[in-house]
Design a protein around this ligand. Structure first.
Ligand code: ZN
Ligand code: MN
Length: 128
């Protein structure tokens, strides 16, 4: 029990401390440096648990590998189509869109997920 919670703490510390939006595989690789015998299944289970507890969030855009985010609050992302990195976008979440779509459709909108796509700065400069 103690070991489990220490593992979870280490996972949370890593996800909170990185801006890389790591996949479960990446978190697993990092955790193995600290806890050599930790399994991917354990990492995955703890990530899901931390998400349920509202401590982290999960970027679950269809058809891409799930990434985890130390910021549990809704915010926008940019995903580079060349290197695959995901960045936070410093832009306030537009709640008006939710209201407008709700009015238009009659759906009860809880939130929206927005991800911009294109080339990051590094990939643009390695273009030439
Ligand atoms: Zn890139
Ligand atoms: Mn983020």
């Amino acid at each position: 029990m103690f070991r489990e919670s220490k593992q979870r703490e280490a996972i949370l510390r890593f996800v909170k401390g990185t801006s890389s939006h790591p996949t479960a595989n990446h978190v697993h690789e990092e955790m193995r440096k600290e806890i050599p015998n930790i399994s991917l299944g354990t990492v995955y289970r703890n990530l899901k648990l931390l998400k349920r507890e509202g401590k982290i969030s999960e970027l679950d855009i269809a058809d891409s590998k799930s990434r985890f985010d130390g910021n549990p609050h809704n915010h926008y992302h940019f995903r580079c189509e060349r290197c695959g990195r995901v960045f936070d976008v410093d832009e306030p979440v537009n709640k008006e869109i939710d209201k407008r779509i709700a009015r238009k459709t009659g759906f009860k909108v809880s939130h929206h997920i927005l991800e911009f796509r294109g080339l990051c700065r590094d990939c643009q400069s390695s273009n030439e």
